[in-house]
Design a binder for this molecule. Sequence first.
Ligand SMILES: Cc1ncc(COP(=O)(O)O)c(C=O)c1O
Length: 412
Amino acid sequence: MSASDRVEFYRHQLGQEEAESWRGVLDTLFLTLGPQVAAFEKELGEYLVRSPSARVGGDGRDEGGPAPLRQPPQVVGTSCCSMGLLVSLRALDVGPGDEVITTPMTFAATSNAVLHLGATPVLVDVEPTTGLIDPRAIEAAIGPKTKGILPVHLYGQLADMRAIRELADRHDLFVVEDSAHGIEMERDGVRPGDLGDAVVFSFYATKNLTSGDGGAVATRRPELADRLRRLRNHGVSKAAADRHGGIYQHWDLVELGYKANLTDLDAALLRPQLPRADQKRDARQRIVERYEKRLREAIGSRVPTTSRRGVPWLVERRGKSSHHLFTIQPPAAIRDEMLVSLGKAGIGTAVNYRAIHTLTYLKERLGLQRGALPIAEEIGDRTISLPLYPTLSESEQDRVVEAVAKAWREGT
Ligand SMILES: Cc1ncc(COP(=O)(O)O)c(C=O)c1O
C-alpha cells in the first residue's frame, strides 16, 4: 500500500494564508514575544466571548440569545499546553504537599504538570457516557490538602463546569481547565474559561488550531495574567519587545520562571485559523454525524461512541463539542486486534486514552491498582479514535467505516 492510499489519522489544513502570514514575520523585527503574539492573544480573547448565538447558529437552537457583553479574558501565549498548565498551576502557588484533583482520562501532560511542582494529582473516576470527570467523584476526593481542580474537556466536550465551579467555591479551591481539545466548545451557555480561574489551550500538531506546537492560557484574573506573563518568560520583569525603542532599560528577575512563551512565528500561523474555527468545527460535526449513521448501518446499533450519543446537552443542542476526536468503543477483548486490522487496512488510529494510572510511571508513582477507577479503565481498554478533520473526504470516511465494520465482525 502506498502512503497516498492511507487514510491518515490527521492532516492539518494550513495553506496559502497561513504561509503568507508566517512569511510576513520574517520581514519584521520581532520573531518572538512581539506584535504577532500580542495580536493573537487579543483575538483569541475576543473569540472566547463572541456571541454564542452567532456561533450556535446553523445546526442548533439558539438557547440563550446574544451573549451578555462580557470582557474578554486576558490571554497569555505559551510554548504548548503542557507548559501552559505548569505555569498556571505555579501561578496559583501549587507546590509540595498540595493535591490537585484531576481525571485519569487524559494525556499524561495534565498530571505531569502537577507532579513537576512537587504536588500530587488525585485521580477520580469519570462519567461513563462522556468520559468527563465526574463532579460527584471530585466532591468525594476533596480533603484538607486539596488546592484545586483540573478538569479536562475531553474530546471537545465541556466538563460540567457549573457543578465544578460550585464545588470549588464551596471549598475555596481554584479551577484550571485543560482545554487542549479545543476553543470552540460550549455547554448550556458556558464556554472554556468562563468559570475557571484559568483555561489552557493546545495548538499541537493534531489539534483543531495548530502551529505545530503552541498553547495559550486565558484568565479573567488580572493579577494571575501578570504572573503568567512573567512565569512564561523566566520570571523577568519585562520582555524584550516591551523594552524596545529609545534608551536601554534594565530588566529584573523577580521570581524563578520558565522559558515557555509562544513565538511570533507560531502566532502568525494561528491568527488566520481563528476566524475559520467555527466553520471547521461544523464541518467536523457533519463528519461525526455521517460516521455515526454509517457505522450504525454497517454494524448495527452496537456502536457506542463518546462523541455525541447519550449526552443530553449535545443531543438536545444545548451546546457544542469542538469535535476534536471521534471515538468508538468496541468490546475490550477485540480493541487491540481492531487496531492491528485497521492499521493493515491503512487507516490511521489513536487511543485517547488508556487511563493514565495504568501507565508504568504513574502506576508506580501514584500506586493506584487496576480497579481503582473502573469507568476510566473500561473506556481506556475499549476506545479507538478514528480520523476526523474537515478535509476527510466522504470516500475516505466510507473506507474507515468499512474497515471498522470488517474488523468488528471478525473480532466478535
Ligand atoms: C488533554 C491534553 N492535555 C494536555 C496536552 C498537552 O498539549 P501540548 O502538546 O500542547 O503540550 C494534550 C496534548 O495532546 C492533551 O490532549
